[in-house]
Design a protein. Structure first.
Length: 187
């Protein structure tokens, strides 16, 4: 039976639960595209993949909490083996740059998954690997029935990171997909 990976493109196209903005870009648009490309790479490698937002217009829930719940319920009911939520980071410090990951706890089975994704993001994008951190308060990490990680691909508030995510989404998608494949021993 094929491994099933749920790719959650964080946020909605519009409120409720729209994402961060910076340098003329919207988080929800960047991660939508990167998620679609990631799914294409994974499907080509024989990994069954489902997207939280299969179309750009897909709107999940009527509030932030119902949007998050819809993503988790879809992954849980589908029987995903792994859950990867894609996001773009933001900071008041515009020089902040790089990729980082969040997991429920450092004892989580998701830690090696997150580490592999960050390593491959660094290889594919050149952005700094900022590390894996515990964030048990994040809904998508505490309510999923499978190992889950939230990946901050780069900083939308950093001009270089934002432009790279917008103009070279395939680099980020290849990094995420290769990280998953490396974790699964398929790379």
């Amino acid at each position: 039976m094929a491994t099933k990976v749920y790719i959650d493109q964080g946020h909605n196209p519009v409120n409720p639960n729209a994402g961060a903005e910076g340098n003329g870009y919207r988080e929800q648009d960047l991660v939508y595209t990167i998620g679609v490309l990631t799914a294409q790479y994974l499907n080509a490698a024989g990994i069954e993949t489902r997207l939280s937002r299969p179309t750009e217009e897909t709107q999940l829930g009527t509030s932030v909490s119902s949007s998050l719940a819809a993503r988790v319920q879809d992954a849980n009911s589908w029987g995903a083996d792994y859950f990867v939520s894609l996001h773009a980071n933001a900071s008041e410090i515009t020089s902040a740059s790089g990729s980082e990951a969040y997991v429920f706890s450092q004892n989580s089975a998701a830690v090696p998954l997150a580490e592999n994704i960050l390593n491959q993001l660094n290889i594919n994008t050149g952005l700094q690997d900022r590390g894996v951190f515990s964030r048990p308060s994040l809904y998508v990490l505490r309510r999923t029935a499978m190992p889950a990680t939230l990946i901050e691909l780069g900083f939308i508030t950093n001009p270089y990171d934002a432009t790279l995510m917008a103009n070279s989404p395939e680099l980020f998608a290849a990094g995420v997909a290769n990280g998953i494949l490396a974790f699964l021993g398929m790379l």
